[in-house]
Design a protein around this ligand. Structure first.
Ligand SMILES: C[S@@+](CC[C@H](N)C(=O)[O-])C[C@H]1O[C@@H](n2cnc3c(N)ncnc32)[C@H](O)[C@@H]1O
Length: 218
């Protein structure tokens, strides 16, 4: 399989699977994004993992496209809602992505995910549910690096990882794509960046970034 040289892609911004209990959630990615990458980089029957499963978009699209979904989600309500809709519900674990190596998962062919975001000037670290002992952006980036280091052990050699991220604008800009990208690149090889332009164009959210890594570790 060859890596794309295409760096700009246009995809529809439609959130298809919106549970009524989570209508206010603004962290779900459109199904079109997962469909695009699964079609481009995976085959039917392959195992696909999402360490931040959220509202289950990766897992639902996997089932729709004949891939086998696996994932972890820390939020109990989200976990229960997603597991309740899945055929492969036993492949979704309620827990911390930092423990993914202890969950008995098989080796994965592909990963696609979007981690929780953190503005640089915030103290509240979403990867630890706001634990004051783990406050701050530096600890967030270190934990992200740790999670992706563990993730590399779960993946087949040369398997690909797509990480969807956004920079966070505002009075104090956070270059989240670069910072998280650099943290992950300490353990996986950064291959390319694909900018996904949304159609219809959204005024406050015209595009997103997808970083593509290769797991070169065994
Ligand atoms: C950006 S959302 C993912 C949304 C998902 N891509 C979707 O389309 O529904 C990030 C998710 O990571 C979860 N999360 C935060 N910290 C976590 C951790 N340490 N381990 C596992 N999941 C975590 C959050 O509860 C949230 O659901």
């Amino acid at each position: 399989m060859s890596l794309t040289t295409q760096t700009f892609v246009t995809l529809p911004f439609i959130l298809e699977e919106q549970a009524s209990a989570f209508v206010d959630a603004d962290d779900k990615y459109p199904e079109s994004l997962v469909r695009y990458f699964l079609k481009e980089y995976t085959e039917k029957g392959q195992r696909v993992f999402d360490p931040f499963a959220g509202l289950g978009t990766t897992l639902f699209v996997c089932e729709e496209m004949g891939r086998i979904p696996y994932g972890i989600e820390k939020d109990r309500k989200r976990y229960e809602w997603v597991a309740g809709q899945l055929e492969n519900w036993q492949n979704l674990v309620w827990g911390d992505a930092a423990t993914l190596q202890d969950q008995g998962f098989p080796k994965m062919d592909f990963v696609i995910t979007s981690p929780p975001y953190m503005p640089k000037h915030h103290k509240w670290n979403p990867l630890y549910g706001g634990d004051p002992a783990k406050a701050g952006y530096d600890k967030y980036l270190k934990r992200m690096q740790h999670i992706f280091q563990n993730l590399s052990q779960l993946m087949k050699r040369n398997a690909l990882v797509v990480v969807q991220l956004d920079n966070l604008p505002g009075r104090r800009f956070t270059p989240l794509v670069w910072d998280v990208g650099n943290a992950i690149a300490k353990t996986m090889r950064l291959e390319s960046e694909i900018i996904v332009k949304w159609d219809p164009a959204k005024k406050d959210y015209p595009h997103t970034h997808c970083l593509l890594f290769k797991n070169t570790q065994q």
